[in-house]
Design a binder for this molecule. Structure first.
Ligand code: NAP
Ligand code: 3JM
Length: 347
């Protein structure tokens, strides 16, 4: 019997993390602990490769279990980050078993009945979680951009966004971070460069290629930014064009964002709005060489914005530099914030 939409308010919830041993899953465990999420039982799920391993939560080692279709009995909230194929197969099973799924993959983001949520931008969309039992977490590059653009859109209505990203290897998982380290070591010590996760050497390089190429010449990562931005702002009139680049950085995505608005909003006005915006921290003192840096943003939850300036080549247009920890706000923290709002306002 389907238990879709059955989750009721309680004092503490049974939470499962699918992909618990991965780059995102590990941080989900940390974030749930840090934010003191009301957990009765935490269930850690991964592949057979992780059998025998465990992760520490609230001072106790929790063994990792192998994911299967019976994993979700008694689970209230299931946080998925084990790739799109696993979500496609197991998220509906978890929802049928009565869990609310918060999915970190691209599998359901554009499904019309699945809310796509960034708490600082469209928290009310969570109300639609009962239809499919799934709430989608946007792509990391989209999340940090829309948090920074929300106050600008509210004040001046965004017409067009031109974004170029400088994305860390952590966005491609644990093995991708290891690949950057291995290649850097090899190149500095005369060893052999090993290429597995990326199509070219990532050390000392920039790759304008994240996820697969599509028929329109863009990558899937770039089209995620285009489509997800329109869905989160619930505004198809916003034009977006993106170039997503992998850079030899371990953690923290940086973005150059050029944004054209319908109404005039000066850089000074935008800075004032951004200084008050939830989840945003303005770091913009060029006279002291202060601007957001990936290295400084890692392990923080805010979206950092700097280099705020008028585009002097075109009216009603601003340039911003937007940096955030792609594994925290870009994935784990955003998912846990969604869970917090779900249990507070929507059960
Ligand atoms: P990762 O470090 O490679 O970790 C992958 C996780 O998935 C591991 O826990 C792995 O378990 C598990 N897994 C893989 N195949 C499995 C299977 N057949 N059955 C059960 N578990 C399986 O990757 P990651 O960086 O954490 O990312 C995981 C996913 O999250 C990505 O594929 C992506 O869809 C999503 N993601 C989303 C964002 C975002 O922006 N919202 C950002 C990054 C990633 P083992 O350790 O047992 O192999
Ligand atoms: C970030 O399905 C997969 O192999 C995962 C691909 C992936 C995604 C995705 O499309 O879900 C890797 C890293 C993402 C994402 O957040 O969009």
């Amino acid at each position: 019997m389907s238990r879709l939409g059955d989750l009721m308010k309680k004092d503490k919830y049974n939470v499962a993390i699918v992909g618990a041993t991965g780059a995102v899953g590990n941080v989900m465990v940390e974030v749930l602990e840090e934010r003191n999420f009301p957990i009765e039982k935490l269930k850690l799920l991964a592949s057979e490769r992780s059998l025998g391993s465990s992760l520490k939560f609230r001072g106790k080692e929790i063994p990792v279990e192998v994911l299967d279709s019976n994993s979700f009995q008694g689970v209230d909230i299931a946080l998925f980050s084990a790739g799109g194929t696993i979500s496609e197969r197991f998220a509906p099973i978890a929802a049928e078993a009565g869990a609310v799924v918060i999915d970190n993959t691209s599998a359901f983001r554009m499904h019309p009945e699945v809310p796509l949520v960034v708490p600082e931008v469209n928290p009310d969309a969570i109300a639609n979680h009962k239809v499919q039992g799934i709430i989608a977490n946007p792509n990391c590059s989209t999340i940090q951009m829309v948090v920074a653009l929300k106050p600008i859109h509210d004040a001046a209505q965004i017409k067009r966004i031109v974004v170029s990203t400088y994305q860390a290897t952590s966005g491609a998982g644990k093995r991708a971070m290891d690949e950057l380290i291995q290649q850097t070591r090899a190149l500095l010590s005369g060893g052999d460069v090993v290429k597995q996760k990326f199509p070219h050497q990532i050390a000392f390089n920039c790759l304008p290629h994240i996820d697969v190429f599509l028929d329109n010449g863009y990558t899937k990562e770039e089209m995620k930014m285009v489509q997800e931005t329109k869905k989160i702002f619930d505004d198809d009139s916003i034009k977006v064009t993106a170039t997503c680049v992998r850079v030899p950085v371990l953690g923290g995505h940086s973005e150059s964002v050029n944004v054209e608005t319908v109404k005039l909003l000066t850089a000074r006005e935008a800075r004032e709005l951004l200084e008050k915006a939830p989840g945003v921290k303005v770091l913009d003192n060029v006279e002291h060489n202060e601007y957001p840096l990936a290295l400084d943003c890692v392990n923080k939850d805010e979206v950092f914005v700097g280099r705020i300036r008028d585009d002097d080549s075109q009216a009603n247009t601003l340039n911003l530099w937007v940096v955030s920890d792609n594994i925290r706000k870009g994935a784990a923290t955003n998912a846990v914030q969604i869970a917090e709002i779900l249990i507070r306002d929507h059960l």
